[in-house]
Design a protein around this ligand. Structure first.
Ligand SMILES: C[C@@](CO)(OP(=O)(O)O)[C@H](O)COP(=O)(O)OP(=O)(O)OC[C@H]1O[C@@H](n2ccc(N)nc2=O)[C@H](O)[C@@H]1O
Ligand SMILES: Nc1ncnc2c1ncn2[C@@H]1O[C@H](COP(=O)(O)OP(=O)(O)O)[C@@H](O)[C@H]1O
Length: 307
């Protein structure tokens, strides 16, 4: 399953249900998690890779919540009792790149195949939205305009492959805390607000990374930087290393740098890795498709999904 960044994230008012109305442009990246689901005697979740020490393996794991949600939806109350989920994570945990959401989306797709369900992506998207605001996008991938709390999606035409460098921070940031920090900053001052999403959509259609670079914007950036002041240095370092522009990804603290092409992305990544401003550097491209089965024709069981 793919990760995501937000090319544009406009945060509106806090709603009575505790969520904020958003207008966002999601963009799926080639940095992925892999999910394997199988029938097993001992049910549960195993986690390997990025952040394996901090990801819960119990009932609060988003992939496990997806198993329970799909079982309840299709009237298989004992369904979870013999399912095992293995997550191989490449997406930073609590990094603002929707790794948990990707795992949930991948689990829905893989489990639908394991259980041979006749269920379309749109029906899965209804379940996905209950698991988290970002989970429906994990199913569709590509580039999409998200509204509501981020779960209402319309595809956006994107003509080009864009090349990115990602800077992972030492520790994650809890999404809820970053939204709360934005509310606090707005009560006491006037943090910057991004404008309309329309120019971003035009830049995506043109396919010109230089045009897109001028338009990247995220209302949560001020809040993430307020909680993690070192991100200012990281953002500066990426641009100094030759990126066209940098932005905090979603609620952070991962920073995403748009580069002119694949070669430039490798150069920026190498220089940024040497600058000592972050834990790990990765290159990725987008847009890529959403959660999909891989290799199932070669590997009859268990179904495997790239998130
Ligand atoms: C900020 C964004 C931007 O795409 O992504 P991340 O940076 O987390 O990846 C999303 O809005 C995160 O979506 P997701 O991580 O699925 O959040 P959820 O589980 O639905 O909600 C977690 C918490 O975030 C806050 N929240 C989330 C979505 C939203 N539209 N308004 C909010 O205020 C709420 O406090 C909520 O309790
Ligand atoms: N499968 C999962 N992968 C990662 N985190 C998970 C998962 N399931 C539950 N979580 C919890 O969700 C939190 C946020 O997850 P994640 O999706 O990685 O970040 P973000 O919301 O910043 O995009 C983590 O700190 C972790 O406690």
């Amino acid at each position: 399953m793919p990760s995501k960044i937000n090319l544009h994230l406009s945060v509106g008012d806090l709603r009575p249900d505790g969520f904020h109305d958003l207008t966002t442009v999601f963009h799926a990246l080639s940095l992925t998690d892999e999910v394997t689901v199988a029938h097993a005697e001992e049910p549960g979740v195993e986690v390997y890779g990025e952040g394996e020490q901090v990801v819960p393996t119990g009932a609060s794991n988003l992939a496990w919540r997806a198993v329970e949600a799909l079982a309840a939806h299709v009237g298989k109350p004992d369904g979870p009792a013999n399912v095992r989920v293995v997550l191989r994570k490449g997406i930073p945990v609590a990094g603002g790149m929707a790794g948990g959401s990707a795992d949930a989306a991948g689990t829905l797709v893989a489990l639908a195949a394991l259980w041979k369900l006749d269920i379309g992506r749109d029906e899965l998207a209804g379940l996905a939205a209950k698991l988290g605001s970002d989970v429906p996008f994990g199913l569709y991938g590509g580039t999409a305009l998200g509204t509501g709390r981020g779960e209402q999606l319309v595809p956006v035409l994107s003509r080009h492959t864009f090349h990115w460098v990602l800077a992972f921070d030492q520790r994650g940031l809890a999404t809820e805390r970053v939204y709360a920090e934005l509310d606090r900053l707005r009560e006491t001052g006037n943090p910057p607000r991004v404008g309309s999403h329309a120019p971003v959509v035009e830049a995506l259609a043109s396919g010109d990374p230089r045009q897109l670079a001028l338009l990247l914007g995220n209302d949560l950036q001020a809040a993430a930087v307020s909680l993690r002041p070192g991100l200012r240095r990281t953002l500066r370092a990426g641009v100094n290393a030759g990126a066209l522009a940098g932005t905090v990804s979603g609620s952070g603290p991962t920073c995403a740098f748009l580069c002119a092409d694949a070669e430039s992305a490798l150069e920026v990544a190498a220089e940024l890795a040497g600058a000592g401003v972050c834990r790990t550097v990765r290159v990725a491209h987008g847009p890529v498709p959403g959660a999909r089965l891989v290799g199932d024709e070669h590997r009859p069981t268990p179904p495997q999904v790239h998130a």
